[in-house]
Ligand binder design. Structure first.
Ligand SMILES: Nc1nc2c(ncn2[C@@H]2O[C@H](COP(=O)(O)OP(=O)(O)O)[C@@H](O)[C@H]2O)c(=O)[nH]1
Ligand SMILES: [Mg+2]
Length: 284
């Protein structure tokens, strides 16, 4: 054993410093989110669209945000632990109660997940219509048929309120390398369309705990995890979303306990979504 026979040492599980610093005060981002009002007074709500493969944790992220803001576990957006096929089939807007008989001025649209087969999962063209505000609330996506002008569920004259103000790619940390090429292609197409519409974009990498044992032990290790940093770099190579626009989270699904450290990751990502969306709203 040992001696002078030096084999390269395995990479350390943790980097010497985090690549993103969260605010020292763990409540800072939460306070920002709670106090947010859109700068543009002509819009009621800032719309965040989540897209990504089936099982990425989109619905779980919405539930997580809801749980943080209500300070209790909420499971309203149906998540799907069993089937590998997309559960969310309707274009649905999720509002979050603010505890004062009203809702926060930002909403999430959760969309049917992308799947590799063209006849399953949402069609890219339908997502692009959603970006532009043409998809009516409650529209049932049909993988075999694209929505078009004149169809029920097609909104012909969308206002700024109906449009998407920030696009968020969602990818599970434990499957970055496994996302099918065809799904990546669909995500890139949506991303390009959003760029043409000047819609700001960012990404969240979910299931950080499943991908890295150090994060499972302690979520505060998310931004120092060597493995997760590698996944961020891979994701950048796949989609071209720069590192400063990629956020790591662990969702409250399936975790049953509200915890300040998990909240801090979730709110840090949400704050950036809101900030980007508000920039777009002030200069659409
Ligand atoms: N351990 C862990 N599981 C997660 C996390 N986020 C989502 N999940 C699980 O991943 C599965 C798919 O999540 P879901 O939100 O339905 O994905 P969607 O298809 O993108 O809406 C569910 O079983 C969730 O409980 C996370 O951060 N950590
Ligand atoms: Mg879902």
């Amino acid at each position: 054993m040992g001696g002078g026979n030096s084999s390269p040492s395995p990479p350390q599980p943790l980097l010497s410093a985090p690549w993103r610093n969260l605010p020292q005060d763990k409540k800072e981002d939460l306070e920002f989110v709670k106090a947010f009002q859109p700068g543009n007074k002509n819009v009621k709500q800032l719309r965040i669209l989540l897209h990504g493969p089936v099982g990425a944790g989109k619905s779980s992220f919405i539930n997580s945000v809801n749980s943080v803001l209500q300070n209790r576990i909420i499971g309203r957006a149906p998540t799907d632990a069993i089937s590998g096929s997309s559960y969310t089939k309707k274009y649905k807007t999720y509002k979050i109660r603010n505890g004062q008989g009203s809702h926060y001025p930002f909403v999430f649209s959760d969309i049917m997940g992308f799947e590799k087969d063209t006849d399953r999962g949402v069609h890219v063209d339908d997502v692009i219509l959603a970006l532009k505000g043409h998809v009516e609330e409650g529209y049932q996506f049909d993988p075999t048929q694209r929505l078009k002008e004149g169809d029920e569920g097609y909104r012909s004259s969308p206002t700024l309120n109906d449009r998407v103000h920030v696009l968020v790619c969602v990818i599970p940390a434990d499957k970055v390398s496994l996302v099918d090429d065809k799904v990546v292609k669909k995500m890139r197409e949506v991303r390009l369309a959003a760029s043409e519409l000047d819609i700001p974009q960012l990404a969240i990498i979910t299931r950080a705990d499943l991908a890295c044992p150090e994060v499972k032990k302690n979520v505060n290790n998310a931004y120092t995890s060597n493995y997760l940093k590698e996944q961020v770099d891979k994701f950048y190579m796949l989609l071209g979303i720069p590192q400063n626009c990629i956020f790591l989270v662990k969702n409250y699904d399936p975790d049953p306990n509200i915890n300040a450290d998990m909240n801090a990751l979730i709110m840090n990502a949400l704050r950036q979504m809101i900030t980007f969306g508000d920039d777009f709203l002030s200069d659409p």
